[in-house]
Write a protein that binds this ligand. Structure first.
Ligand code: S3P
Length: 173
């Protein structure tokens, strides 16, 4: 395994949660890409989408991700749901690190995303007028992204098990 561990997956897949769990178990520096974008810009992800649009957000995502990767101490990064689908991003992440796709069943993701709080914070779950997307559209985006998520180095279908954490830990040293 290489030196940076990237967690990818759809919104609600558990990327930030799993990264935080890793952090709690050891001495690794963990970063959440959305949080890092918010810190760097002083704006919320929702405001960036609303004011600048998705394309501008994707550019920012790559710039901030590059910045995290070159920080010598950072070893674990929870990406945004769309990060690996940015053209070139997956190849680049695989070339410098190890990419884990957290892939719980869609029903689990859907349940998590149904909470009011979750929905209001995620621009990809609303249309351009700010109206919540239908369940069908949320699933269609998940279907669309399957192909890029499938290119991860590793697929975790369900909750990560203790043995997964142990394997990632020993690989990170
Ligand atoms: C996005 C997912 C979000 C955030 C942004 C776009 C996406 O991250 O990066 O709202 O395109 O799926 P989470 O997956 O952490 O919600």
């Amino acid at each position: 395994m290489k030196s940076v561990l990237f967690f990818i997956g759809y919104m609600g897949a558990g990327k930030s949660h799993t990264a935080r769990k890793m952090a709690a178990r050891g001495a690794w520096e963990v970063r959440d890409l959305d949080d890092a974008i918010q810190q760097k810009t002083g704006r919320t992800v929702e405001a960036i989408f609303r004011e600048d649009g998705e394309a501008a957000f994707r550019k920012m995502e790559m710039v901030v991700l590059n910045g995290l990767v070159v920080e010598p101490k950072v070893q674990i990064i929870a990406c945004g749901g769309g990060t690996p689908c940015i053209p070139g991003a997956m190849d680049w992440m695989k070339s410098i690190g190890y990419v884990v796709h957290l892939n719980p069943p869609f029903e689990v993701i859907e349940r998590r995303l149904k909470s009011v709080n979750e929905k209001s914070q995620r621009p990809m779950l609303s249309d351009s007028h700010g109206k919540a997307k239908s369940d069908v559209d949320v699933k269609a985006l998940w279907e669309l992204r399957k192909a890029c998520y499938a290119r991860a180095d590793e697929q975790i279908n369900g909750l990560p098990a203790a043995s997964d954490f142990l394997r990632w830990e020993s690989a990170l040293g």
